[in-house]
Design a protein around this ligand. Structure first.
Ligand code: PHE
Length: 472
């Protein structure tokens, strides 16, 4: 492959009949709002809507929430800002941006890890997103009533074990994401986010208002907000909060570096990082206020984990008045959240390919989309035809991919990135790139990158290693 490290990718993705906004470069965000909503669309995903709620529930409710907020502020915001700043100052996608920080040292290869994690995560994320689309169709068509007779748990198990149908929905979700990425940064990703994020907010508000009318609202809210302080004695709770903050903000996967490279010089990055973190957290809390009141109102178990969205909630919706409408709104919300996250993940390998090859954006996008579909096939078959393939701890292929990415690679890459950006990126360059104007704040930001993040993340990696031996 030909290397053109200094040139920006040719942006062939803009449809000839659909010019970018006047004055906007097609591989740049046309507006501050477009960038913010795209970054928020990336952060808000399947992780916010159900993972946050059950992790909070298992780890002391309000006590977890406080720790989570502390982690988002202390670790999430500084790293998010560092990723944006690195992208904008180098104007390159993440592999090249990281290469440029330390071109003469072995650290220059670190960008590959982000690219590998983004690819791995998207491969199985798309499979789960396919399940969401299938369940959306059940609620739109009313066929969820037949599943109820079969029992939602049995129906879900039977569905994911089928060889072909889940692959079709998984492919459909990837087709949508690829079509958006093929159109380009402005005409595809930015326009999608501008259109869908308000829809997502409206659906969420409607669902929370509906939740407030349910008899279990108070219990649900108490479950989420009432602090059980004993939780703070358990180190695992701190790790859970840190891990959730990482995944939910979409850090250490090259996404925010790549998105940062499309940011115009005038945009204020510190404000963007704060707003994205705040918005992402608000969505997570609001999703908890949708899910728990419903779960408590209909006598279900809130600590269901992965089954929650596909087994417990459909049962809850089936018992509800207006269940078809509420279920449709819920799965539409999940599908939109998943799609905007998938688009951001897909942009990472596509931007890399555009820089490293002479391919046009549509060709690079469709080739990457096809490859990712193939990588997801084993994850999907792992529930049926290939369910015999298991890790020593009994994980099927999708769970193993998720575990490797979220529990091992993400914290490790976060640690290495913090070390690289805190120590090898010249401090003056970093401070100038961050756009922080206030001297003390700039010092605090750089200090957290240099000391706080490495210490916290090293502790997390050590705890993971100690706790996970033999669990893979
Ligand atoms: N943050 C997304 C979620 O909460 C997942 C994601 C991770 C998206 C990394 C993009 C990059 O589901």
């Amino acid at each position: 492959m030909r290397s053109r490290p200094c040139s920006r990718p040719p942006e062939a993705g803009v449809h000839p009949g659909m010019p970018a906004s006047p004055g906007a470069s097609p591989s740049r965000w046309a507006s501050d709002r477009g960038f913010l909503l795209a970054a928020l669309g990336s952060a808000v995903g399947l992780g916010n809507v159900w993972r946050f709620s059950y992790v909070a529930g298992e780890n002391g409710g309000g006590a977890f929430l406080l720790l989570y907020l502390a982690m988002v502020l202390a670790v999430g915001v500084p790293l998010l800002l560092a990723e944006f700043a690195l992208g904008r100052s180098t104007q390159r996608e993440s592999v090249a941006a990281i290469h440029g920080v330390a071109p003469a040292s072995p650290w220059r290869h670190l960008g590959w890890l982000s690219l590998a994690i983004a690819t791995l995560v998207l491969a199985y994320y798309a499979v789960v997103a396919g399940w969401v689309l299938k369940y959306l169709s059940h609620f739109v068509l009313g066929s969820y009533r037949e599943l109820r007779q079969e029992g939602f748990a049995a129906a879900f198990g039977a569905y994911v074990a089928r060889p072909l149908e889940p692959l079709a929905w998984h492919g459909a979700m990837l087709l949508l994401a690829t079509a958006i990425v093929a159109k380009g940064v402005h005409a595809g990703i930015e326009r999608l986010s501008l259109a869908l994020m308000p829809l997502l907010a409206a659906l969420l508000v409607a669902l929370v208002l509906h939740g407030a009318t349910l008899p279990g609202f108070t219990r649900g809210a108490a479950f989420l907000f009432q602090p059980d302080w004993r939780a703070w004695r358990d180190p695992a709770v701190y790790l859970a909060a840190l891990g959730q903050a990482f995944f939910s903000l979409g850090l250490a996967m090259g996404v925010m570096v790549t998105f940062g490279s499309y940011v115009a010089p005038a945009i204020r990055l510190p404000r963007a990082a704060l707003l994205v973190a705040l918005g992402d957290t608000l969505v997570a809390v609001a999703a908890g206020l949708v899910i728990f009141p419903a779960v408590f109102s209909f006598g279900q178990d809130p600590a269901q984990g992965p089954g929650l969205a596909f087994v417990v909630l459909p049962e809850v919706f089936a018992q509800m008045r207006w269940g078809a409408a509420v279920g449709t709104a819920f799965f539409l919300l999940l599908a939109v959240a998943a799609l905007t996250s998938m688009v951001s993940l897909l942009e990472v390998p596509v931007a890399w390919l555009l820089r490293r090859s002479a391919l046009s954006r549509p060709v690079a996008s469709w080739a990457t989309g096809a490859l990712l579909f193939c990588l997801g096939v084993p994850a999907s078959l792992g529930f049926g035809a290939w369910s015999g393939l298991r890790t020593p701890a009994g994980r099927n292929l999708l769970d193993a991919m998720d575990f490797a990415a979220v529990h091992v690679l993400l914290p490790l890459n976060g640690l290495l990135l913090a070390l690289l950006l805190g120590w090898l990126w010249p401090k003056r360059t970093a401070l100038a790139a961050s756009g922080i104007r206030h001297g003390a704040l700039a010092g605090a930001w750089h200090g957290s990158l240099r000391y706080l993040l490495p210490v916290l993340l090293a502790a997390m990696v050590a705890a993971m290693v100690a706790g996970s031996s033999g669990r893979f």
